[in-house]
Write a protein that binds this ligand. Structure first.
Ligand SMILES: [Zn+2]
Length: 432
C-alpha cells in the first residue's frame, strides 16, 4: 500500500480548499473567543471571525501575528503561553519548547492526551510514507525539549528504541542498532552523522552492518552539507528531510525526494513576500505564514514564522496532492553585501568543500544589515592548527569562486561553534 490514508493524502485541490475553509470556520471563533492575543490582534485590526466567509477573505483581511508580538505578550503579561492558550490549563499534557537558535526558546504547550494531539495523524502518514510500518522498531535519537517524539512512533503502532542525542553516545547507537534491528531512524543532523561515523571507526563497527536493517532515516534541523550527505550515502539508507512548519505543523520528504509535504488539512500555509503581504510565485523564495486548523490548544493564526521557503502547490508525482516546500533559511539570517542578499545556504557548499572545514560549521558575522564585504567565522576540525593560514586561503578561494566576492575569514575550532548550538544547529548569523 502506498498511503497510510489514501483518501486524506490524495484529496483534490477543491476538496482541500473546502476542508480548510470549514476548519477555519471552527477555529477562528474558538481562537477569538479563548486566546487573548488573537482577540487583541483582531480587534486592533477591526476584523471579526464572522467577516471571514472565504479563503480569499482570510488572506485579505486576517491580521498577522509574529514572534516579536508573542515575545512581548509573554514578557509584558508574564504569561508563559504568550496569550495563546485556549483550553483550561489542566488540559495541557506536555510543554515543549522551540530550539531557541535565534533567541529565547518559545514554549509550546500541547495536548497529547486522550482528546488527540494536533499533529499525530499527519505524523503517521509521514512515517508510512518513508517506508516504516506498524510493528517495526524505530530508533529515536532526539533531544527532550522537542517533546515526546517516541509518542508519535507509539501512536503509529511501532516500537521506539531510545538513544540520547549526544555525540558521545553513538557507540551505544551502534550497539542498539545491532541488537534491536530498527527499520527507521529519527533524527540525524550533521553533528550526529559525523559522530556515528567516528563511533564506527573507534568501536570497530562496520557501518554496512549497523545500518543493514534500516529502510529510512530522517534528517532534521539544518540541511546536511555535502560531506555529511556523502557519509550517509555510504550507509546505503534513503534519507528523508524533515522540518517544522511555522511551529504549527510538520513537513517530510516523500519518496520522490523533491520537496517536503506538509498536511493541508491540519495547517493552512501561505508563502508571502518577506517584506510585504503579497504571495510570491510558485517555487519562489518567500516567508512561510502558517495557520493552525486543528490544534485547539494553542492555535497560531496567520503566524509569520520568519522561515524563508520555496513552495509549490503542483501535485507531486508520488500522488499526494498536499503542497510541498523547500527550506531555504531564516529571514533574520540574511545579510546584504553591496546590494546583494546572501543567506547561509548560499555560502555553505563553499565552506564544506574545504577538507578542514568539512563539518560546515560557520557563521555570517553581521555588523550591520548592509555591508561592503562578507565576513565569515568558520570552524575547523582537529589536527590542522599548524596550517591555519593555508586553510583560511582555501576557504576564501572557495567562497570567492562561488559568490564572485572575496570574504574576510576568521577561523575558530569547530568545538567553539558547537557550544553555541541547542544542539542540532547553531546560530548562522552572529553580531561581531
Ligand atoms: Zn510526494
Amino acid at each position: 500500500m502506498t498511503y497510510f490514508d489514501e483518501v486524506a493524502e490524495t484529496r483534490s485541490r477543491a476538496d482541500l480548499d473546502a476542508m480548510q475553509l470549514e476548519r477555519l470556520g471552527l477555529m477562528l471563533p474558538h481562537a477569538y473567543e479563548h486566546s487573548p492575543i488573537v482577540r487583541a490582534t483582531w480587534e486592533e485590526a477591526g476584523v471579526h471571525p464572522r467577516d471571514i466567509r472565504s479563503l480569499a477573505d482570510f488572506t485579505e483581511r486576517a491580521p498577522f501575528i509574529d514572534k516579536e508580538t508573542l515575545r512581548h505578550w509573554r514578557e509584558d503579561r508574564r504569561d508563559p503561553y504568550a496569550g495563546l492558550l485556549c483550553v483550561p490549563v489542566d488540559d495541557v499534557t506536555t510543554i515543549l519548547s522551540s530550539s531557541g537558535t535565534t533567541g529565547e526558546p518559545t514554549l509550546q504547550p500541547q495536548d497529547w492526551g486522550a482528546s488527540g494531539g494536533p499533529v499525530r495523524a499527519g505524523l503517521s502518514r509521514d512515517l508510512w510514507m518513508m517506508g516504516m510500518r506498524p510493528g517495526d522498531r524505530v530508533m529515536v535519537v532526539i533531544f527532550t525539549f522537542r517533546g515526546p517524539a517516541f509518542g508519535m512512533v507509539q501512536q503509529f503502532g511501532a516500537v521506539p528504541v531510545l538513544c540520547d542525542y549526544d555525540a558521545g553516545d553513538m557507540i551505544r547507537f551502534c550497539e542498539l542498532s545491532l541488537e534491536f534491528r530498527p527499520t527507521g531512524l529519527y533524527s540525524l543532523s550533521s553533528m550526529i552523522v559525523h559522530a556515528i561515523a567516528e563511533a564506527c571507526e573507534q568501536g570497530g563497527f562496520d557501518p554496512t552492518d549497523v545500518f543493514s536493517s534500516y529502510r529510512a532515516m530522517v534528517q532534521a534541523g539544518e540541511p546536511l552539507g555535502a560531506r555529511a550527505r556523502g557519509i550517509v550515502d555510504g550507509w546505503g539508507v534513503p534519507l528523508f528531510e524533515h522540518t517544522g512548519v511555522g511551529d504549527v505543523g510538520t513537513a517530510f520528504e516523500c519518496p520522490e525526494h523533491d520537496g517536503l509535504h506538509f498536511w493541508e488539512d491540519d495547517t493552512l500555509v501561505e508563502n508571502l513576500d518577506p517584506e510585504g503581504t503579497e504571495p510570491v510565485g510558485d517555487r519562489e523564495r518567500g516567508e512561510l505564514v502558517a495557520t493552525a486548523l486543528v490544534n485547539r490548544t494553542t492555535p497560531l493564526i496567520r503566524y509569520r514564522s520568519g522561515d524563508i521557503v520555496r513552495l509549490t502547490r503542483v501535485p507531486c508525482p508520488c500522488g499526494r496532492t498536499h503542497s510541498k516546500l523547500w527550506p531555504v533559511g531564516r529571514k533574520g539570517d540574511g545579510v546584504e553585501i553591496q546590494g546583494r542578499k546572501i543567506l547561509p545556504i548560499d555560502v555553505w557548499p563553499a565552506i564544506e568543500s574545504v577538507d578542514e572545514c568539512s563539518r560546515g560549521l560557520f557563521q555570517i558575522v553581521r555588523e550591520a544589515p548592509q555591508m561592503d564585504r562578507l565576513r565569515l567565522r568558520v570552524g575547523y576540525g582537529p589536527g590542522c592548527a599548524d596550517r591555519l593560514g593555508a586553510v583560511r586561503d582555501d576557504v576564501m578561494a572557495a567562497v570567492a569562486d562561488l559568490l564572485d566576492a572575496v570574504p574576510e575569514v576568521e577561523l575558530v575550532p569547530d568545538a567553539d561553534l558547537l557550544k553555541l548550538g541547542p544542539p542540532h544547529k547553531i546560530p548562522r548569523v552572529a553580531p561581531r
